[in-house]
Structures are given as structure tokens and as C-alpha cells.
Design a protein around this ligand. Structure first.
Ligand SMILES: [Zn+2]
Length: 474
């Protein structure tokens, strides 16, 4: 294994979140009744003409720029011909000779991984296999895709994993796709070959398909690298083929060999005109790009001065990062706010199984909770209680605190009675305390916290108990 270096290239398809399909006005929406979002254009009936959706070009340019690509000033579409039951026209309208974007890169671990091309194309339909035969749903036919192809410039399974995460994040910040793999909005195929350390020439490449998560891509590549190294070190040879990742068995199996590879007979799509992209169009797109992960990381490090780990957690979720940044306006306790967003707020969201996008809480609400905890109006337990409610329902924080009777009890007189009861009911803890086990006092504090239903101020409780125990002793 040590004698070989893996070389990996990735081919990613993302589904663009436009309102309508790429060449007709059918809705681009997921999960509808089969064959309801179709028309003569997207099912390829005779005599129809495609009309290019301008929004696809806008998103394509934005993603290409976000991936540091050069934009083609003019382009055409081409027909990629093949027969498959989910492809009604028997060809897919795609881009071949001149892709929309080319020569880009994604930076991982201070290294630029080259991106060869970004091109626009239409999706095919979807086959659904049942016991009584196969059915086809054309709702997805004509949905706009971007295909993003890296150069064979990735040298480990882990690096492939990082590349995919950064690619997804970039697209999510641009807002071009949710990249939800479970819905098929992001699909990834990988090419992997091995060569002897120091060799310039690439080895025979194997294509791996059928990975349903970034982790599966990493696992499949790790497996395939080991398999190929094993074959080569025994003097065997690698065949150019397509292999499928079998998640259950954690191995790849042969799907088809090179002999069966397609010849797509590309030719220019005669039903669409040649398209031109002006300099001002590119300039405008560049100016309207949002802040992307590399710039965000720099800002989170240099301006907010967050711990790197916390910064990564926030940036990996664009909605969480936006929430954090809104909360930081007119404040300077950035790390404290980050702790609350990543800690108690994220916990409350997890408990309710909702994401930042569905949560009803506003940044101002979180700040109010933070400030109430700081000035003693709420303790941490009560704060979590309030968060659990406000993420689901929204509403005024003060009202929720009053309604749920959560205001922290800090005045000593109200706590005296709880402390008296706790001491009376816990002779063992009292004995332990007198015999020098200072920690026994925390047990008593816990009893008071329960009795006060979590509302007592634990610091003050501790003082009250300590004083009572010492007075009783003297
Ligand atoms: Zn249609």
C-alpha cells in the first residue's frame, strides 16, 4: 500500500432550486404525485421547442464564480444521446465542448484542488421498481442540474470527503441548492486510480457509483484504494470498469466493464440558440455573491475571535452562522454568544427536531435570555426551559418567564425554608459535610434546586446552606 499513491477525481451533480424546470415552465418541486409536473416539452413529445430558463444561467454563473471558475462568454447546449427508460427524448440536453465554468478550484488544507468544469444540464426521470414491474415518474425530467467535475487532483479518501463538504457549503451559501443528498439534490460519482509513488502517469481508473452520503464516498474510496493496492502489489492488473458501492457489505462490486461504455454521440442542440454572457453580467454576479466560507472563516477568526472549533461548527451551518452574526450586532461578547448558539440553543433545536430555518426564536430573544442569566433573573436550567418553548412558538421572553414562573429565586429569605428542609431531610450529607467532605454540600444544593423546581439561584443556595450548617455546628 505504501508504494502506491491514490489519485481521485469527483463528479458531482447538484439540483438547482429554481421555481421551474430548465427548458419548460413545469414546477421544479420534490415529492409531488408522479407525473403531475410534466408537459409536452419535458416528456419529449414531437414538435415542441425548449425555452432556456434564465434563472438556471444566473445560478450556474454564481456557483461557477463561487468555485473560482472562468465563465464562458458564449456557449451552446448539446445533445447527449443514450437510451434508457427514464429518458423520454432518448437524449439529454447538456453541455459538452464548452462548459459554462472552467478552471476553478476549492481550497482544502491550504491546497487548491482544481475544478475542471461546471456545466448545466437537464435531469432524467426516475424509475420506481415494484413487484409487478417498473414504473416511471417524469416529474424530475427536465429539472435543472449543475455538473461539477474536479480534476484528478485529490489524493486521499479523507481529502475527497473534505472537498465535498466545502463544495456543498459553498453552494448552500450561494443558495443555489439545498444539496440534500437524501432527496437526490446532490449526487456524487468518484474516479480512483493508483500509481507508484513518484510516477507522473495515472494508473487505470475505476469509477465508483451509488454512494448515498459523503461518509459513504469516503468509505467506498478507502475500500477501493485498498482493493487496488492489493491487486497491484500481487502483480495483478486493474481493469477500467464501473463499480457499485454496496453499503450493507461495505464493498464495491463490478457493474460494467469498459467494453460496455457508452458512446454518447454528442452534437449541438439544434432547437436552442447560441447564448452570450456579457462582462457586466459577470461583474454583477460577482458583486452579488454572498460571503463564502473562506472569507467567513477569516472574519470569525480575526473579527469575532472565536475558538476555531466553534467557528467551524457555526460556519458549517449557514443558517446558524447568520443567526450568530445577527445576534452579534451591537454586542461585543462574541464568544459568549457563540457558546449559547452552539450549546443550549442547538440543544433545544435538536430536542424539538427542528433546524435554524424553522425555529421561531429571533437573535434578540436569545440575547434577552443571555442577559437575564447574566443579571441573575434566570438560572441555566430555567434558560433551557425558556429556549425549548421559544424555538417552537416564538413570543415574548419576559412573558414566557412569568407565565412559566421561571424567574430565578435569589432572595435569601425565600431560600431559607428550602435549605432548612434539605438539611433536615439529608442527615447523611450533613454528617459527611461535618466530617470534612466539602462536596456533600452540593448534594444539599441539589435538593433545594429540586424543591424550588429549578428556580433557585444555586450560588446563593450554597451560601445559605453553608451558613446554616456552620451556625448549627457552633
Ligand atoms: Zn415540462
Amino acid at each position: 500500500m505504501n508504494n502506491f499513491e491514490p489519485v481521485i477525481g469527483l463528479e458531482v451533480h447538484i439540483q438547482l432550486n429554481t421555481e421551474t424546470k430548465i427548458f419548460c415552465s413545469c414546477p421544479n418541486s420534490f415529492g409531488d404525485e408522479p407525473n403531475t409536473n410534466i408537459c409536452p416539452v419535458c416528456v419529449g413529445l414531437p414538435g415542441v421547442l425548449p425555452v432556456f430558463n434564465q434563472r438556471v444561467l444566473d445560478l450556474g454563473i454564481a456557483v461557477s464564480l463561487g468555485l473560482n471558475c472562468r465563465i464562458a462568454k458564449e456557449f451552446i447546449f448539446e445533445r447527449k444521446n443514450y437510451f434508457y427508460p427514464d429518458l423520454p427524448k432518448d437524449y439529454q440536453i447538456s453541455q459538452y465542448m464548452v462548459p459554462l465554468g472552467s478552471d476553478g478550484f476549492i481550497e482544502i488544507n491550504s491546497r487548491k484542488i482544481k475544478i475542471k468544469r461546471v456545466h448545466m444540464e437537464e435531469d432524467a426521470g426516475k424509475l420506481i421498481h415494484t413487484q409487478n414491474g417498473s414504473l416511471v415518474d417524469f416529474n424530475r425530467a427536465g429539472v435543472p442540474l449543475l455538473e461539477i467535475v474536479s480534476e484528478p487532483d485529490i489524493f486521499s479518501a479523507q481529502e475527497a470527503y473534505q472537498y465535498l463538504n466545502e463544495l456543498k457549503l459553498t453552494i448552500q451559501y450561494i443558495g443555489a441548492s439545498s444539496c440534500d443528498m437524501e432527496k437526490g439534490f446532490l449526487r456524487c460519482d468518484a474516479n480512483v486510480s493508483l500509481r507508484r509513488q513518484g510516477d507522473k502517469e495515472l494508473g487505470v481508473k475505476v469509477e465508483v457509483k451509488n454512494m448515498n452520503s459523503f461518509k459513504a464516498v469516503r468509505d467506498a474510496l478507502s475500500y477501493e484504494i485498498k482493493r487496488q493496492a492489493n491487486v497491484l502489489s500481487k502483480g495483478g492488473r486493474i481493469y477500467q470498469e464501473t463499480r457499485l458501492w454496496e453499503e450493507n457489505k461495505q464493498k464495491t462490486i463490478v457493474m460494467r466493464s469498459k467494453e460496455e461504455a457508452h458512446d454518447y454521440r454528442y452534437f449541438p442542440e439544434p432547437d436552442l440558440v447560441r447564448f452570450f454572457v456579457s462582462d457586466s453580467q459577470i461583474e454583477n454576479a460577482e458583486q452579488s455573491l454572498p460571503e463564502l466560507p473562506p472569507a467567513k472563516r477569516k472574519k470569525f477568526r480575526e473579527f469575532y475571535k472565536l475558538r476555531e472549533k466553534d467557528s467551524e461548527v457555526l460556519i458549517s451551518n449557514p443558517k446558524a452562522a447568520a443567526f450568530f452574526e445577527q445576534a452579534c450586532r451591537n454586542r461585543d461578547d462574541f464568544q459568549n454568544i457563540a457558546n449559547w448558539v452552539i450549546g443550549p440553543l442547538q440543544e433545544a433545536l435538536n430536542t424539538s427536531s427542528i433546524g435554524f430555518e424553522e425555529a421561531k426564536i429571533k437573535p434578540a430573544d436569545l440575547l434577552k435570555i443571555i442577559d437575564m442569566v447574566a443579571d441573575g433573573g434566570l438560572n441555566n436550567i430555567a434558560a433551557k426551559n425558556v429556549l425549548a418553548e421559544v424555538v417552537n412558538t416564538g413570543g415574548d421572553i419576559s412573558e414566557i418567564v412569568e407565565k412559566k414562573n421561571l424567574r430565578q429565586v435569589s432572595d435569601e429569605s425565600s431560600l431559607e425554608e428550602f435549605a432548612r428542609q434539605a438539611i433536615e431531610e439529608s442527615p447523611k450529607a450533613v454528617k459527611d459535610f461535618y466530617s470534612g467532605k466539602e462536596n456533600a454540600i452540593m448534594f444539599l444544593v441539589g435538593v433545594v434546586m429540586r424543591k424550588s423546581k429549578g428556580r433557585a439561584n444555586p450560588k446563593i443556595v450554597k451560601g445559605v446552606i453553608e451558613r446554616r450548617l456552620k451556625n448549627a455546628q457552633s
